[in-house]
Design a protein around this ligand. Structure first.
Ligand code: GLU
Length: 521
């Protein structure tokens, strides 16, 4: 069978994103959510959001809101689940306790799981004993369970008495000793594991809450999930999940699995971490996050000036390719092009330069009016006067030259300040007799001009003036720019002059003629 044939059945596709609120959502989590979303939309299915918060020790306040806000920011719409509701509510696992304990008890009653009363010290002792004996794996399993304190080794009356007395206990899966566990991962193909490699996992903890494995499988079944698309870090858990489906009697409707490739460090060696982000000065979280315990703030793509469309496009191509050369995709285009078949098996190297490139592409597409306030705000903080009209025009020019909206102001000094200095190398190379004549002729033309000062009008004035003076425009344009802005390169000069205004253009040309020495040539 082709492992890539991701969906051919007639069932409605139902996928879920199931984060644990243990901190800010990592950007890899956003990619997982995105791939689920694209897959659901592509197949006309549904995307669920379930909060997996059964590990109370790892609960972090604010993380759940963060997840919702991050998904909303990037434009991933949830059809069912947290924040939306739906027929399988509640979607927060801590509110579904009874559902899981009922299933765990059922497994015990059917002889597929058992109560275990071992204290942490006893478990530790077992581990030491097995390690000392050089046992292949120091774990609770088909062999070692018979030496421990559980409902398989204790008499039924004693088990009953212990439970009635409220003695802390867990429910463990009675993992078979010799059984093949295999499943066909849609990305990785067949995965075969021998059950001896799976220990007797705890399903229900002593606090009555399920472990991730039990809750995850039970919910995926009850919520009629057809495809489990998640990070590669969950691949080792998948055989256990398959076994659980089998034991719970749900194997025939078990979802298909697709494990996504890891996000790798920029150098490509190892998993991308928060530390890489700190060292590299880039974000690995969608939104900035203030740790509620330490107060430390981690940077976010949003706050660093990335556009959500750029983040989505960047993430989509981090582990998936469309099979064509196309690089820019709107969300709708991604939905159309997406398929699990084109997801890579190998890890995806996290290249922030690529993210910046995408941001540049999407920034150019934003309306100037939307970007102008960023410029105005920075100008307001630093002194120069910047009317909304001026900001709109500058934004239109500079958005082509930067990756981020906040970088525009740094490139905008020529629009606000008369140059104090002139690029020496350009001056030496380009400021010659012709340049002086050209600037003088153009200045005179401007002084006699009373019409509207638009880029078009300026263009004609300049070319007429130069023609009359018998000077080739191409030879003096850099000198002209030098006189006006102090540098040899920059955005369209005609529009630049329009923005600066006639009086200031004349002023700058006059100053340049005074300040720049004419080389003898
Ligand atoms: N709660 C798990 C997580 O935090 C979900 C894994 C899965 O999708 O099965 O990533």
């Amino acid at each position: 069978m082709n492992p890539g044939s991701d969906h051919s059945g007639s069932d409605t596709v139902r996928v879920r994103f199931a984060p644990s609120p243990t901190g800010p959502l990592h950007i890899g989590g956003v990619r997982t959510a995105l791939y689920n979303y694209l897959f659901a939309r592509k197949h006309g299915g549904q995307m669920l959001l379930r909060i997996e918060d059964t590990d109370q020790n790892r609960f972090v306040p604010g993380a759940e809101d963060y997840i919702l806000e991050a998904l909303q920011w990037v434009g991933i719409q949830i059809d069912e689940g947290m924040g939306v509701g739906g027929p399988d509510a509640p979607y927060r696992q801590s509110e579904r306790k009874d559902i899981y304990s009922k299933e765990a008890e059922r497994l015990v009653a059917e002889g597929k799981a058992y109560y275990a009363f071992d204290t942490p010290e006893e478990l530790d002792e077992m581990r030491k004993r097995l390690e000392a004996a050089n046992a292949p794996a120091a774990q609770y399993n088909a062999i070692t369970r018979m030496q421990m304190k559980n409902s398989l080794t204790l008499k039924p009356e004693e088990v009953q008495a212990r439970i009635e007395a409220g003695e802390p206990h867990v429910i463990r899966l009675k993992t078979p000793r010799k059984e093949e566990v295999r499943f066909n991962d849609l990305i990785r193909g067949w995965v075969n594991v021998h059950s001896s490699a799976i220990d007797d996992k705890v399903l229900l903890k002593s606090d009555g809450l399920p472990t991730y494995h039990l809750a995850n499988v039970v919910d995926d079944h009850l919520m009629r999930i057809t495809h489990v698309i998640r990070g590669e870090e969950w691949l080792p858990s998948a055989p256990l999940h398959v076994l659980l489906y089998r034991y719970l009697g749900w194997e025939d409707t078990m979802p298909k699995f697709a494990h996504l490739p890891l996000l790798l460090k920029p150098e490509g060696n190892g998993k991308l971490s928060k530390r890489d982000a700190e060292l590299g000065g880039f974000p690995v979280f969608p939104l900035a996050w203030r740790d509620p315990f330490s107060g430390v703030v981690a940077r976010g793509f949003r706050e660093d000036g990335y556009l959500p469309q750029a983040v989505i496009n960047f993430l989509a191509l981090l582990g998936w390719n469309p099979g064509t050369e196309q690089e820019l995709f709107t969300m709708d285009e991604l939905i159309g092009a997406f398929s699990l078949e084109h997801i890579h098996k190998a890890g995806a190297r996290f290249d922030i330069q690529k993210a910046n490139w995408f941001n540049h592409q999407y920034l150019r597409q934003r309306p100037n009016e939307e970007l102008a306030p960023v410029l105005q705000k920075q100008a307001a903080g630093q002194g120069p006067d910047c009317t909304p009209e001026k900001a709109v025009k500058i934004a239109g020019l500079l958005k082509e030259r930067v990756n981020f909206a906040h970088e525009m102001f740094g490139e905008a000094s020529a629009f606000f300040y008369t140059p104090e200095q002139y690029d020496e190398a350009i001056a030496a190379a380009k400021w010659n007799e012709d340049a002086v004549r050209a600037v003088t002729a153009f200045r005179e033309a401007l002084q006699g001009y009373e019409g509207e000062f638009t880029a078009d009008a300026i263009k004609h004035l300049l070319s007429d003036a130069l023609q009359q003076a018998g000077i080739k425009q191409g030879k003096v344009m850099q000198a002209m720019r030098l006189a006006l802005t102090g540098s040899g390169a920059g955005p369209d000069l005609m529009i630049t002059m329009e923005i600066i205004g006639k009086e200031e253009v004349i002023n700058r040309l006059t100053l340049a003629l005074q300040r720049l020495k004419t080389p003898v040539n």
